[in-house]
Design a protein around this ligand. Structure first.
Ligand code: ATP
Length: 359
């Protein structure tokens, strides 16, 4: 298992900076998820680590070894893609054995490793079947087994679950997470699905336009986003955002200028920043029915309550915008007239989307 370090990594395709001066290290055994919208450079970063793409500038290290210009074979990485690339004419066990035979390992050693993979991936029933006869989830497991049986220094995964039905994807995520921990393998996984990132990663690396916006644990990104893009990209249902004006007296929301009372230390920080206009953000789970003494509350207009699974949500209008909050499970049928923003969890953004610290 290797520690992977990217040092001022850049990749240009003509005018496009697909990866733009990225520096970050992934620790041994860490499960890293590269997350971001289409075209932000996730796959290009992964391909650089694999050796399938050449950096325009910058360096890549596996532990102390610089691998920036080594061919893929010499790097000892394994990569699994969205579409499984098993050999269709070989049974699963021969697919797993293939890279070992290619490397000249002995029969007994190969049998031992097939048994090891079979145990870890629970492949007993499918070892003797050909890939074409298997459901997508089982095929993907076989592909993962073939990838990790070589004991690569780094495991690279490019949207490996996206071709699997939603129904099985959840289970595969759970298994993948479990296996990765059991094998202790440094893993870099690419996805544009924030739910997947949040459930798999030790650390999420959120990218935009070739750059790293923020790297941290799922909880850090959720609770403490560096900017509006991060706040919006992470979290489901997504964060409520609204234009706000800041004055000596307080804060007013939306075009209608709905006043909201905020803690004095927030107002102090806003005053110090000199910001007159910006946006505030609040996650639906930090927006709940207001009690009598709650001050950071907004009026509820046109409420619509609905349930998703065990949770109950409330959509309502605020100055022409739809906001989403959460209703307690035991709230009964009457809907609240005001919803309270948890003051500790309000985000303040400049008009450019930079987060203003208020703590
Ligand atoms: P997706 O989720 O859609 O795969 P991504 O975040 O993985 O997106 P990349 O595939 O790394 O993004 O692409 C980053 C940028 O580089 C995009 O603008 C893409 O069009 C461009 N790009 C990627 N590969 C090439 C290439 N071989 N030639 C030219 N441009 C490329």
């Amino acid at each position: 298992m290797a520690r992977v370090a990217l040092d001022h990594l850049s990749v240009r395709f003509g005018q496009v900076a697909a990866v733009d001066d990225i520096s970050i290290a992934f620790e041994q055994g860490e499960f890293i998820v590269l997350l971001g919208p289409s075209g932000c450079g996730k796959t290009t970063t992964l391909r650089c680590i694999a050796g399938l793409e050449q950096p325009t500038s910058g360096k890549i290290f596996f532990d102390q070894d610089e691998v920036s210009h080594l061919p893929p074979r010499a790097r000892q990485v394994a990569m699994v893609f969205q579409f499984v690339s098993l050999y269709p004419h070989l049974r699963v066990r021969d697919n797993i054995a293939f890279p070992l035979r290619a490397r000249g390992e002995g029969r007994a050693e190969i049998e031992r490793k097939i048994a090891w993979m079979s145990k870890i991936f629970d492949l007993g029933d499918i070892l003797h079947r050909r890939p074409g006869t298997l459901p997508p989830g089982a095929r993907q497991k076989a592909a993962l087994a073939r990838a990790v049986v070589r004991e690569p220094r780094v495991l690279l995964l490019d949207e490996p679950l996206s071709a699997i039905d939603e129904q099985f994807r959840e289970e595969m995520r759970w298994e993948l997470r479990h296996l990765q921990k059991e094998l202790g393998m440094t893993t870099v996984h690419v996805t544009h699905d924030q739910r997947e990132a949040m459930s798999l990663a030790d650390r999420v690396v959120l990218m935009r336009a070739g750059r790293i916006v923020q790297a941290g644990t799922p909880r850090e990104l959720f609770d403490d986003p560096v900017d509006e893009f991060a706040a919006h990209f992470i979290g489901s249902p997504s964060v409520n955002l609204i234009d706000a004006s800041f004055s000596e007296d307080g804060v007013a929301l939306g075009e209608a200028g709905v006043p909201i009372r905020l803690p004095e230390r927030h107002l102090e920080a806003l005053r110090r920043s000199g910001l007159r206009r910006g946006r505030i953000g609040i996650r639906p789970h930090s927006l709940r029915p207001a009690g009598r003494d709650d001050h950071a509350a907004v009026p509820v207009e046109r409420p619509i309550a609905y349930a998703v699974g065990r949770e109950r949500f409330l959509d309502f209008e605020l100055s022409g915008q739809t906001w989403r909050g959460v209703l307690p499970a035991d709230a009964g049928d009457s809907l609240p007239e005001r919803m309270q923003l948890d003051p500790a969890r309000i985000f303040y953004f400049t008009p450019e989307g930079v987060r203003l610290p208020v703590a």
